[in-house]
Design a protein around this ligand. Structure first.
Ligand code: GMT
Length: 383
């Protein structure tokens, strides 16, 4: 197949999944055209069979690597539409899979309008805040569902997120769930033991408000009252200043290391003892899966798709949202019991193996084939 993949250029789970699936599709013999505003920050593993098309080739036009750029000016949307149409016409794209709704849904609509029956099948993968932000906004949610009607199929990354979409959009058909996956060649298991005298608590995110990283500081503060530990922060974003202020106010600054944005997080996960998240919402939480693949248990709130990733009491702990005292109590329990830690670490590795890269890519391939059959037969969509 000749497949287009569109994603954001920034660091983030949706880009990681888009790029890994592009690499997997090329390995399986497909030709992949990747579309992004600027060259993605995350490195592309394969070269042969994969061509990257961007609006800008130079880094000057790139925004902060953690910034999810969902509002493109009209001229950028139009140029991307023209770029896609030229590749469809020159290379004969069968399918385009857009990862994340905004602003790609507007591009999808314009491509469909311009190409009509000759448009490739368009599949949109809903990843997270592209749905969650509409939870309490019925009017905007109605607009979202109207826009999405131009797609031939929708997918998403967890059952819980599919249900959230159905709730906010009123659609009867749930998006197909194709779970996120982990590359086990990159994320391999560390020895199943606490590796530091002062346990290392790791948090990785883009420090957006939805990630609520100050919640991690609250847990770390309470944990430190019982077990002296270190906090390693990987990433950067709008909440970082609040995190720094809170660490200073609590006198914790000497126990924290800041690593900034790291293109490859596997090494640092392997050096950590516990991954801690405190997000308001996660459709999935790819970082939790990657930590589990390394044998690092996960402490996270019981929100969104996290219970589909982390098995509470087996591969980590899920605490009630905002209940940082419970979160800290779970961390103390785990970090003061080497036997429990060993069991959890080993279970985490086993559970991560269930989120197999090849399986998810095969689900994408099957969906592409179904959509292709329908669009080429009737020039219409799946729903
Ligand atoms: O929606 C976002 O906040 C951004 C997006 C991203 O690009 O990182 O994150 C979402 O997609 C990831 C990959 O599917 C999921 O692992 C994250 O849980 C999800 N984030 C949220 O739901 C907040």
């Amino acid at each position: 197949m000749n497949i287009g993949i569109m994603c954001h250029s920034s660091y983030g789970g949706s880009s990681r999944i888009a790029l890994s699936s592009a690499a997997g599709l090329v390995r399986n013999g497909h030709t992949v055209h990747l579309f992004a505003r600027t060259p993605p920050y995350l490195s592309l593993k394969v070269v042969q069979g994969l061509t990257c098309h961007t609006l800008y080739n130079f880094r000057e036009k790139a925004l902060h690597p953690a910034h999810l750029n969902i509002c493109w000016p009209g001229h950028e949307l139009d140029t991307m539409v023209e770029l896609i149409i030229s590749i469809v016409q020159d290379e004969g794209l069968d399918i385009i899979n857009m990862h994340y709704a905004f602003p790609f849904i507007f591009i999808a609509r314009l491509v469909k309008e311009k190409l009509q029956d000759t448009a490739p099948g368009i599949i949109l993968t809903l990843h997270g805040t592209d749905v969650y932000r509409f939870e309490d906004n019925a009017a905007e949610a109605a607009e979202l569902s109207l826009c999405l009607a131009c797609c031939d199929a929708l997918t998403t990354v967890s059952k819980s997120h599919a249900q959230l979409f159905a709730r906010v959009s009123g659609w009867k058909d749930l998006p197909e769930v194709i779970p996120n996956f982990v590359d086990l060649d990159c994320f391999s298991a560390k020895p199943p033991a606490i590796s530091h005298a002062r346990p290392v608590i790791l948090h990785i995110s883009n420090f957006r408000a939805v990630k609520n990283p100050c919640g991690v500081v609250s847990i770390f503060y309470k944990l430190n009252e019982k077990i002296s530990s270190e906090l390693w922060l990987v990433g950067d974003g709008e909440e970082m200043q609040n995190v720094r202020t809170m660490l200073e106010n609590k006198g914790l600054q000497d126990s924290v290391k800041f690593f900034g944005l790291l293109p490859d997080i596997s090494d640092i996960i392997n050096k950590a003892d516990l991954l801690v998240m405190s997000s308001m919402y996660e459709s999935f939480c790819l970082t939790a899966l990657e930590a589990m693949a390394c044998g690092v248990p996960v402490l996270a709130p019981h929100v969104g798709g996290l219970p589909e990733v982390v098995a509470h009491g087996k591969t980590g702990f899920l605490y009630p949202p905002n209940d940082y005292a419970s979160g800290a109590a779970f961390a103390v329990k785990l970090l003061s019991d080497p036997g429990l830690y060993k069991k959890m670490s080993m279970h985490a590795v086993l559970r991560a193996q269930a989120f197999d890269q090849e399986h998810s890519i095969m689900l994408y391939e099957r969906l592409y084939a179904r959509v292709m059959a329908k669009t080429s037969a009737v020039g219409g969509g799946e729903h």
